[in-house]
Design a protein around this ligand. Structure first.
Ligand code: DX5
Ligand code: ZN
Length: 219
C-alpha cells in the first residue's frame, strides 16, 4: 500500500509572503506543491503565470504539481517543463486530442495528469487510463479556492478506482477542491491517493500542524 499524499494549493498562500509560505510547505509533512494556473478563459478567474511559477520552483524542495486551467494547453507544455514542473495536469475538457497531449507532456520529461470537471464522467478515461500518471477529480467547479466540496465526488473516486484496477494502471487519484478534515478519510477510503487542500491549510492558525493532522488522518 503506497502512502497517501497531501498537496497544499499555493493559490491560498499569502502572495506578499510567498517565500515564507513555500518554506512552510518545505518543512511540513506535505508531499507536493499544487500550483493552479488559470487563464480567465477556461475558468472565470486569472491566478498567476510563468514568472511566479519560476520563483516558486526556485524555493520549493518537493514535487511541483501544476494544474493548468487553461484552453489549448499544448501551447505551453515545453514552457512548463522548463519552469520546473514535475507533474503537468491538463483538463479533459480543454483537450481535443488528449492522447497526443499526454504523450507530449511525457516527452517533455514530466508526469502527465488529467483533471476532470464535476460534470465529466470518469468512464471517459477508460481508453487512455494506462497513459495517465495522475487523474485529478475536481470536487468543486475550477476557478476559485474556498468553495464547498461536492458530495458526488466519493462515487466518482470509487468508479475511477475500479477502472484503474481493472486496467492494471498505475494512475494516482488526486482530489481538488473543498478538502478538509471532514472529507479526507472518506476520500481515501474510496480510493484517493493525493489530497489537494488550499484554504483549509492556509486559513488555519497553524498550517504545519494542520498538514500533519490531515496526514495522520489518512494514514
Ligand atoms: C480550484 C483549484 C484548487 C483550489 C483548491 O480551481 O484548482 O486547487 O486552489 O482550494 P480549496 O482547497 O480552498 O478548495
Ligand atoms: Zn487545482
Amino acid at each position: 500500500m503506497t502512502s497517501k499524499l497531501i498537496a497544499p494549493s499555493v493559490l491560498a498562500a499569502d502572495f506578499a509572503n510567498l517565500q515564507r509560505d513555500i518554506e512552510m510547505i518545505n518543512t511540513s509533512d506535505a508531499d507536493w506543491f499544487h500550483i493552479d494556473i488559470m487563464d480567465g478563459v477556461f475558468v472565470p478567474n486569472i491566478s498567476f503565470g510563468m514568472p511566479v511559477l519560476r520563483d516558486i520552483a526556485k524555493h520549493a524542495s518537493k514535487t511541483i504539481d501544476v494544474h493548468l486551467m487553461i484552453v489549448d494547453p499544448d501551447r505551453y507544455i515545453n514552457t512548463f517543463a522548463e519552469l520546473g514542473s514535475d507533474i503537468l495536469t491538463v483538463h479533459y475538457e480543454a483537450c481535443t486530442h488528449l492522447h497526443r497531449t499526454l504523450q507530449a507532456i511525457k516527452d517533455a520529461g514530466m508526469k502527465a495528469g488529467v483533471a476532470m470537471n464535476p460534470h465529466t464522467n470518469v468512464s471517459l478515461l477508460e481508453d487512455v487510463i494506462n497513459s495517465i500518471d495522475v487523474v485529478c477529480i475536481m470536487s468543486v467547479n475550477p476557478g476559485f479556492g474556498g468553495q464547498s466540496f461536492i458530495e458526488n465526488t466519493y462515487q466518482k473516486v470509487a468508479q475511477l478506482k475500479e477502472i484503474i484496477l481493472r486496467k492494471n494502471a498505475n494512475t494516482l487519484i488526486e482530489i481538488d477542491g473543498g478538502v478538509s478534515d471532514k472529507n479526507a478519510k472518506q476520500l481515501v477510503d474510496a480510493g484517493a491517493d493525493v489530497l489537494v487542500a488550499g484554504s483549509y491549510i492556509f486559513k488555519s492558525t497553524n498550517p504545519i500542524q494542520t498538514i500533519q493532522d490531515l496526514k495522520n488522518r489518512i494514514k
